[in-house]
Design a protein around this ligand. Structure first.
Ligand code: SAM
Length: 355
């Protein structure tokens, strides 16, 4: 029998979903999104660019058959832990073993040797080298993904701006009052963060009785047919500033592919990112083309698009593309409250529903 997650109704709570520090996460908007999607007729759903998997998790809570996909390997791991995982959780022993040097194993020191003085202290880099290698050796994909989830969140919590876009360890280590910014979180040792986030991940694991999937593909190549497809693409602002996700989160990608990290490193980049693939979401013309291709690819499904009112392509251009495909389009606008602290007050969160 299908289990429906009771905490969702009637107040659309997202309390069980772990805290996230991810650019463009819709976690805080989930109750609003849920209030719009609850009346749509669908049983299977694709979250095609799932990021933290916050919206895929909503679909799972609604009892749907869910596929969560993101081009970044780290996000596919998060979806494996929270969406595909039907019930595996971590034990205290899993956490302990992940952090211990095992006898007889020669540990590589890639992070310590490569990233010294860039993101974390030498002692922290040594901890990361051990945990990344121990976790990579785990056979159970769901427990491995849960440990990676805890590892990623621990890394993000200790980074200024929660990103890896600059080499700015000195900003974090500067003598400032502990209350300053996220100083307390930056100073908290890795093992404490790791335990905390593993606990949060464990608490989020549940089985909705469906066969859910996690994928790490390009959205255009995600296989399958779905009653509903949710698209939340990178935000390209009207002034041309885009969101360089591979540039922001390359370090987490490296943690997922420890053995190949060295080969994939872009030694020319100041912050030692991975060599980038072309990214259409960083250019206005390419973004319009890819948007159209995505809508065409999933035209048979109910299409739900998260968007910002000042994005490229514009709201009107997207609505016109959808109408051109014979769809009836409704546009919902979130109250500005979730972005009350945003510097960009003119930008409103939108949800386009096309049937
Ligand atoms: C705005 S974020 C999604 C946020 C997500 N809805 C959440 O709540 O966390 C956009 C995501 O698109 C992903 N992405 C960018 N290009 C992609 C592509 N071609 N295929 C799949 N995912 C892509 C990025 O890695 C990023 O995670």
């Amino acid at each position: 029998m299908r289990q429906i997650e009771p905490s969702l109704f009637p107040e659309f709570s997202s309390n069980r979903f772990p805290t996230t520090r991810y650019q463009g996460s819709k976690r805080k908007l989930v109750p609003w999104i849920a209030s719009i999607l609850r009346d749509l007729p669908f049983d299977s759903a694709l979250d095609a660019m799932s990021g933290t998997a916050a919206v895929a998790y909503l679909f799972k809570q609604m009892g749907k058959q869910v596929c969560a996909n993101d081009r970044l390997a780290a996000n596919a791991e998060i979806a494996l832990a929270l969406i595909e995982n039907p019930g595996e959780t971590l034990t205290a022993q899993d956490l302990e073993q992940a952090q211990q040097r095992r006898p007889g194993i020669q540990y590589a020191r890639f992070i310590e040797e490569t990233f010294s003085g860039i993101y974390f202290t030498d002692e922290e880099n040594r901890w990361l080298d051990v945990v990344a290698q121990n976790v990579s050796r785990l056979r159970n994909p769901y427990r491995r993904a849960l440990l990676r989830f805890a590892l990623f969140q621990s890394c993000l919590a200790k980074r200024p701006y929660n990103l890896f876009h600059r080499r700015n360890l000195e900003l974090r280590l500067r003598e400032v009052p502990r209350g300053f910014g996220n100083k307390a979180a930056w100073d908290r040792p890795f093992p404490d963060h790791f335990r905390h986030f593993a606990f949060e991940a464990n608490a989020a694991v549940f089985d909705n009785g469906r066969k859910n999937r996690a994928l790490g593909a390009d959205a255009l190549a995600a296989p399958g047919r779905f009653d509903l497809v949710y698209l939340d693409p990178p935000y390209l602002r009207r002034d041309g500033a885009g969101s360089d996700y591979p540039g922001f989160y390359h370090f987490l990608e490296g943690l997922c592919a420890y053995a190949d990290w060295n080969k994939r490193l872009d030694r020319q980049s100041r912050h030692l990112r991975l060599r980038p693939d072309p990214d259409p979401w960083l250019s206005a013309e390419a973004a319009k083309t890819i948007f159209r291709q995505l809508l065409e690819r999933f035209r048979e499904s109910i299409l739900v698009v998260s968007y910002r009112s000042d994005g490229i392509p514009s709201e009107d251009e997207i609505a016109a593309m959808l109408k051109g495909m014979g769809k009836r389009v409704q546009v919902f606008r979130a109250s500005p409250r979730p972005y009350a602290l945003s510097r960009n007050r003119a930008s409103r969160e939108l949800l386009l529903v096309a049937r």
